[in-house]
Design a protein around this ligand. Structure first.
Ligand code: UDP
Length: 343
C-alpha cells in the first residue's frame, strides 16, 4: 500500500460496511444445546459463518469441545452445563438471544441405552428448560427431533402428518418417547405462550465428527472398512434407512432459523434416497475401494424395519432439499475417520 492513512483505513471501512464482525451488539445471538456434539458443532460453524454469536451449551456426555476448537471466544461462548438444570443469568451472561436450538441428547442407540435416564431427562426436563430460555428472551425455538418419533413406521415414505408406530416402553423408548414428549411440550409452549417454534425431524444424519466408537452404522462400517474388518450387518440387512449428509442437514436447520412465518410447523429434514443396510454396506465398500466382506449379527430390539422421509413440506416452505450424494458424503466421512485413526 501507499502507507497513507486513507488506504490503510479502506479495508476496515468495507469490512464494517458489509456488516461483518461489527461487535456483539449488531450480531444475532443463538443459544445451542448439544453444541459440542456432532450436529451441534456443525451448526455452530454455520451460524458463526453467518455472523452469529453462539452460546454453546453442552454437558459433554457424548460431545467434546474439540469439535469447536477452531472457534474464537468472541464468536463462541462455551458453557459446560447440563440443560436439565436451568442456567442462572450469571452462567449465561447474555441479555438477548434471537434463537434457541435444542439439540442436546444422546442419539446413537448404544449411547442412549447406556444413558437411558439421562436421555429421558434431557428430552423432557432439558427441553422444558430450553423452552423457558426461549420464552425469557422471546427467541425463536428450534427443536431437534427425530425420525424415531415414527417408530417402526407402517407407511412409507413418512410425512409429518404420520403419528408413528412406537413401542412406548421398549429399549428405544428413552429416545423415541423422550423426543415425542419434547415435541408435545414444545407445541404447548407454542400454543399457550405464542412461542415461535419449529420442530425438525432428522433422519440418519452422518458425516465428519461422528465418533468412531459411536456404534451407529456409519461410523461402524467406515471404521471397519478402514481397518480391513468385516462390516457388521445386524439382522438380514434388509431394513432400510435414508442417510443425510451433515452439511445438508445443517442447511435445513439454518433455513428453519432464518425464515419467518413458520411457527408451530414440523418438518422432516432428511435425504429421501432410501436404501437397505446391505446396499449401504456395498456403497461403503465401494468408496473404501475394498471388496464387500460382511458378518451378520443379531438385530437389536425394536430396530425399525424402514425409514424414508417425505420432504415435500421442507421443499415448499424451507426451499430446502439435500444436495450431497451418498458417495460424496462418504468420501468426506472417510477422510475424517482416516485422520482420526491416524491413517
Ligand atoms: N446397523 C448395522 N450394523 C452396525 C450398526 C447398525 O447393521 O454395525 C443397523 C441397525 O441395526 C439399523 C441401521 O443399521 O438397522 C441403522 O442403525 P444406526 O444405529 O446407525 O441408527 P438408527 O437408525 O437405528 O437409529
Amino acid at each position: 500500500g501507499s502507507g497513507t492513512g486513507a488506504s490503510d483505513a479502506k479495508p476496515m471501512t468495507s469490512w464494517s460496511t458489509l456488516g461483518k464482525r461489527k461487535g456483539r451488539e449488531s450480531m444475532k445471538t443463538a443459544i445451542i444445546t448439544g453444541a459440542a456434539g456432532f450436529m451441534g458443532s456443525h451448526l455452530v460453524d454455520k451460524l458463526v459463518e453467518n455472523d452469529y454469536f453462539v452460546v454453546a451449551i453442552d454437558n459433554l456426555a457424548t460431545g467434546t469441545w474439540d469439535n469447536l476448537k477452531h472457534h474464537r471466544d468472541e464468536h463462541v461462548k462455551r458453557l459446560t452445563w447440563d440443560i436439565t438444570e436451568y442456567p442462572p443469568d450469571d452462567v449465561l451472561s447474555i441479555d438477548q438471544a434471537d434463537v434457541v436450538v435444542h439439540l442436546a441428547s444422546a442419539a446413537s442407540p448404544i449411547h442412549y441405552r447406556r444413558l437411558a435416564l439421562e436421555t429421558l431427562r434431557v428430552n423432557s426436563i432439558g427441553t422444558e428448560n430450553a423452552l423457558k430460555l426461549a420464552r425469557k428472551f422471546q427467541a425463536r425455538f428450534i427443536l431437534g427431533s427425530t425420525s424415531e418419533v415414527y417408530g417402526d413406521p407402517q407407511v412409507s415414505p413418512q410425512s409429518e402428518t404420520y403419528w408413528g408406530h412406537v413401542n412406548p416402553n421398549g429399549e428405544r423408548a428413552c429416545y423415541d418417547e423422550g423426543k415425542r414428549y419434547g415435541e408435545a411440550i414444545a407445541m404447548e409452549y407454542h400454543r399457550q405462550f405464542g412461542l415461535d417454534l419449529r420442530i425438525l425431524r432428522f433422519f440418519n444424519c452422518y458425516g465428519p465428527r461422528m465418533q468412531s466408537e459411536d456404534g451407529r452404522v456409519v461410523p461402524n462400517f467406515v471404521r471397519q472398512a478402514l481397518e480391513g474388518k468385516p462390516l457388521t450387518v445386524y439382522g438380514d440387512g434388509q431394513q432400510t434407512r435414508s442417510f443425510c449428509y451433515v452439511s445438508d442437514e445443517v442447511e435445513g436447520i439454518y433455513q428453519a432459523i432464518i425464515r419467518d412465518g413458520l411457527s408451530g410447523e414440523v418438518f422432516n429434514i432428511g435425504n429421501p434416497e432410501e436404501r437397505t443396510i446391505l446396499n449401504f454396506a456395498q456403497a461403503v465398500a465401494k468408496v473404501a475401494g475394498v471388496p464387500l466382506y460382511t458378518e451378520f449379527r443379531p438385530l437389536p430390539a425394536d430396530d425399525p424395519t424402514n425409514r424414508c422421509p417425505n420432504i415435500d413440506k421442507a421443499k415448499k416452505y424451507l426451499g430446502w432439499s439435500p444436495k450431497v450424494s451418498l458417495e460424496e458424503g462418504l468420501e468426506k466421512t472417510f477422510a475424517y475417520f482416516k485422520e482420526q485413526l491416524g491413517q
